[in-house]
Write a protein that binds this ligand. Sequence first.
Ligand code: ATP
Length: 240
Amino acid sequence: MILETEKVCKRFGGLQAVKEVSLQVEKGQIFGLIGPNGAGKTTFLNSIAGTYAPESGKVIFTGKDVTGYRADKICHAGMARTYQIVRSFPQMTVRENVMVGGIFGGKQSREKAARRAEELLDFVEFPLSHDLLAQNLNTIQLKRMEMARALATNCHLLLLDEVAAGLTPGELNDITALIRRIRDMGITIIIVEHLMKLIMDVCDRISVLYFGEKLAEGTPEEITENEKVIKAYLGENYLL
Ligand SMILES: Nc1ncnc2c1ncn2[C@@H]1O[C@H](COP(=O)(O)OP(=O)(O)OP(=O)(O)O)[C@@H](O)[C@H]1O
């Protein structure tokens, strides 16, 4: 087991955004987290990745209790993430953006981080010059760059928050293939996503959140046949 959460809770004032969420993610899995808007998916990611400390519950990563660790410490422990809206350093080049992951997260020298950035930008099939400023990139280019930056930290677990949002169908196919190639490198992936096609295509296991609580968990087939999930989220005609 690479990640285990036990009854993780996070509240914002009177709102219980995440309530006693327990899950287990096996090494090498692509694990999907789905649910309606406001279900608590991003808050849950933030609670395991160190943006927030959970109020109660436990986060065990690679056998170690990392509950309440700050984001930088979590990153050094081997967990990296991308964001729903890509966060770049707009005045820096694409290469420098990726180097930040290597220098800060992977604790590499500048030279090594620069070489690794080139390799990773090729791996994610970044299509333009690595000398471009990040402020000039479109959505899919930013997403590729952000994935390269996360990989540059030498993570074992990658958290992808709505990586498909805003992509065309062709771009979606590319990202789907890239997610599989990242898993084939031996990296475990947790993916938060609304786009069911992507979730069903890539996930080994899926957990459904609903009003902060875990509603169901299972294989893609089990989830699509689960009456509670159909009622709360998917709807009867979701594949049409
Ligand atoms: N920083 C915050 N302060 C107060 N409330 C918040 C904060 N972040 C999230 N919430 C609330 O917590 C609940 C869960 O939000 P969250 O963003 O985790 O849901 P989500 O499942 O990721 O939704 P979406 O699919 O729309 O991204 C929502 O009701 C949201 O309004």
